[in-house]
Design a protein around this ligand. Structure first.
Ligand code: PGA
Length: 261
């Protein structure tokens, strides 16, 4: 870790309706409060499905929870005849702070390519949302090209061609580690995150590279989070399955207590 504030992001994927969402967020906020969580050292953000966002936002507002709010996707368009799409403008009106862009499940099941992901990144910037740009290699790509080549190419493509770069986050998620229980070693994760940062510095300058948070994701749990965050190259984690359990996710957010061990 460095002076970049850690980001602990919970991607719920297509789980939990709005009532279940309220119960989970309440439990999470109370669990973090009981533990005396210091949000200034580790920001905690939930990424519920679209249908939950309004309810979660109301709850965060009414109870003054310090949790951040994210969405799992956005349209590359701002409005119009795009049935089923959700505009970044609507998300920012709901006080959404972050939006996942290019998650590997979007790349795989919805054929999102680098061009689409660049356009969605642009839409996030237009609407004042911080894109969490997800990158990572498949097992085949790992075997043929090594770990860093694909995530670097995807990062550079998502960040190319913007008039100005707003704040963004990169989440390095090896596809072979997502939802599989197979985890990259902390050394592997740190090495790829470091190479991504070096590539950002080369393309966009050291200042942008230094302030950008680069997360690791893929089968992160309370029991293994500290290993990743011990490295100064890894600024947080993107958590899928384990973010659906309030106690487990709260344990991940409190990774600092494991660092001392
Ligand atoms: P997982 O998912 O933690 O369940 O592996 C991570 C992700 O897809 O963001």
């Amino acid at each position: 870790m460095t002076n970049r504030v850690a980001l602990i992001a919970g991607n719920w994927k297509m789980n939990l309706d709005h009532q279940q969402a309220i119960a989970l967020v309440q439990k999470l906020a109370w669990s973090l409060k009981d533990a005396g969580h210091d949000y200034s050292t580790a920001e905690v953000v939930v990424f519920p499905p679209f249908t939950d966002i309004r309810s979660v936002q109301n709850l965060i507002d009414a109870d003054k929870f310090e949790l951040g709010l994210g969405a799992q996707d956005l349209s590359k368009f701002d409005n119009g005849a795009y049935t089923g799409e959700v505009s970044g403008a609507f998300l920012s009106k709901l006080a959404v702070d972050y939006v996942l862009v290019g998650h590997s499940e979007r790349r795989t099941y919805h054929n999102e390519d680098d061009v689409t992901i660049q356009a969605k990144t642009a839409a996030a910037f237009r609407h004042g949302l911080v894109p969490v740009i997800c990158v990572g290699e498949t097992l085949e790509e790992l075997e043929s090209q090594g770990a860093a080549a694909v995530p670097i190419r995807q990062t550079i493509a998502a960040l190319a061609g913007h008039e100005a770069l707003g704040d963004f986050v990169i989440a390095y998620e090896p596809v072979w580690a997502i939802g599989t229980g197979k985890v990259a070693t902390p050394e592997e994760a740190a090495s790829v995150c470091g190479k991504i940062r070096a590539a950002i510095a080369e393309e966009h300058g050291a200042e942008i590279a230094d302030k950008t948070r680069i997360l690791y994701g893929g089968s992160v749990k309370a029991a293994n989070v500290a290993g990743f965050l011990r490295s100064p190259e890894v600024d947080g984690v993107l958590v899928g399955g384990a973010s659906l359990d309030a106690d487990e996710f709260s344990g991940i957010a409190r990774f600092q207590k494991h660092l001392a061990l």
